[in-house]
Design a protein around this ligand. Structure first.
Ligand SMILES: CC(C)[C@H](C(=O)O)[C@@H](O)C(=O)O
Ligand code: SF4
Length: 473
């Protein structure tokens, strides 16, 4: 019987299987950031162990790095805990080593999930782990990539393996084409709206169908990035010409004969026609509208042309309670058109939407509209995902478009995605954000997050409220 893409990559990495089905998986790539690695390095040191394969490690500092004041160097990191996490990573990598390290202030620094693929650290068919739930992003390359906990980070460092129970296979097929102005972010939000945040629990999701094949690698990363918000630890997309073209020539990609061998193998990384999925979900690309979340979970999402839901119309008492609670937190009245929701801040960034294509998409909207950021917007910020994205965007003059319209153009990092650095929402502030989580307090205590695409965020900044970008896409 045929195998799925997930079956193939999983099987290829099994070293041993216990009777209860627990497998010992070999790990090819270990991505490391400053938040979830200190205890792991400490544990290794205390146990007197060595890191098994230093060349599997690629590290960067991202969550705590400031997005301003880089000219002040490490003195520009105001928060002492943030500073300590960043310098601890520097020390740990100095001691242990890595295949590549992109420290704070270096040109290639950035969000680990942007930096990995950009440098060829993520390759098709690899097992990729990181102490970070959005490691699912790397599945866009036909890699098996997922987040791990800090104790597992230590386990991988010490043994190069991970204990894993095989997940079930889910296929999410997005058929046909999407309309202009509908992006990868809208596709994945629509998927989460359909299957819910627990829909993917226990599964690895393969995203397929014409609308997914049509996406660039950047777009596929946006989709896989949010597989975790759909409950699946890993999301994957089959390898095709776009995948191969993206990885070719990157610093850590193979070259010469090794490239040829690798490419031949990578081209086998798709689900066989007779592979069996435990669950298949299909969506119609043409039905997907630019999405806006209205609540405090990514599944609380609707098209921008819809209105805030009315809890009284929900029969299930649990769901009704959740809607009521979310609307209270979000300070939204049932029935209010989403297009009438005004925002205070706009954040364009995060590992979901801070790649060059996202920057282009947002800048194109700003340019098309030809106006400045609306008066009611206190802050509109664009935070590129890495130093390389920033540099590329500046080469294309995108920074000038943003700055001329009144956006702030910042240094790379996680920034206001989770407010571990100085960028945050104040209590009660409402934000149009291109990030992936809208939980209570995610962007700062009492802050209210609406998840949208970069184009939608840019348009909200100019209009001051949500608008349907299909009107001017
Ligand atoms: C800090 C890290 C452990 C966390 C994650 O695992 O995802 C963060 O990146 C997030 O997005 O909430
Ligand atoms: S950008 Fe946000 S979601 Fe991504 S790794 Fe950083 S904090 Fe996590």
């Amino acid at each position: 019987m045929g195998r799925t893409l997930y079956d193939k990559v999983f099987d290829e990495h099994v070293i041993h299987t216990e009777e209860d089905g627990t497998a010992v998986l070999y790990i090819d790539r270990h991505l490391v950031h400053e938040v979830t690695s200190p205890q792991a390095f400490e544990g290794i040191r205390e146990a007197g162990r060595k890191v098994w394969r230093v060349s599997s490690i690629v590290a960067t500092a991202d969550h705590n790095t400031p997005t301003t004041n880089w000219e002040q160097g490490y003195d520009g990191i105001a928060d002492p805990i943030s500073k300590e996490q960043i310098t601890t990573l520097d020390k740990n990598i100095a001691e242990v080593g890595a295949a590549a390290f992109f420290p704070f202030l270096s040109k290639r620094q950035g969000i680990v999930h942007v930096v990995g693929p950009e440098n060829g650290a993520t390759l098709p068919g690899m097992t990729v782990v990181c102490g970070d739930s959005h490691t699912s992003t790397h599945g866009a390359f036909g890699a098996l990539a997922h987040g791990i906990g800090t104790s597992e980070v230590e386990h991988v460092m010490a043994t190069q393996t991970l204990l894993a129970k095989k997940a079930k296979n889910m296929l999410v097929k997005v058929n046909g084409k999407v309309s202009r102005g509908v992006t990868a972010k809208d596709i994945v939000l629509a998927i989460i709206g359909r299957i819910g945040t627990a829909g993917g629990t226990g599964y690895t999701i393969e995203f397929a169908g014409e609308a997914i094949r049509d996406l660039s690698m950047e777009g596929r990363m946006t989709v896989c990035n949010m597989a975790i918000e759909a409950g699946a630890r890993a999301g994957m997309v089959a390898v095709d010409d776009k995948t191969i073209a993206y990885v070719k020539g990157r610093p850590l990609s193979p070259t010469g004969v090794e490239w040829d061998q690798a490419e031949a193998y990578w081209r086998t990384l798709y689900s066989d026609a007779d592979a069996k999925f435990d669950l298949v979900v299909e969506l119609n690309g043409a039905d997907i509208v630019p999405q806006v979340t209205w609540g405090t979970s990514p599944e609380m999402v609707l098209g921008v042309d819809a209105s805030v839901p009315d809890p009284d119309k929900e029969k299930d008492p649990n769901k009704r309670g959740a809607i009521e609670r979310a609307l209270t937190y979000m300070n939204l009245e049932p029935g209010k058109p989403l297009g009438d929701v005004f925002v205070d801040k706009v954040f364009i960034g995060s590992c979901t939407n801070s790649r060059i294509e996202d920057m282009r998409e947002a800048a194109a909207v700003v340019k098309n509209l030809g106006q400045k950021v609306a008066k009611n917007i206190k802050l509109a910020m664009v935070v590129p995902g890495s130093g390389l994205v920033k540099e590329q965007a500046e080469r294309e003059g995108l920074d000038k478009i943003f700055k001329a319209a009144g956006f702030e153009w910042r240094e790379p990092g996680c920034s206001m995605c989770l407010a571990m650095n100085a960028d945050r929402l104040e209590p009660g502030e409402r934000c149009a954000s291109t990030s992936n989580r809208n939980f209570e307090g995610r962007q700062g205590a009492g802050g209210r997050t609406h998840l949208v695409s970069p184009a939608m965020a840019a348009a909200a900044a100019i209009h001051g409220h949500f608008v349907d970008v299909r009107k001017f896409a």
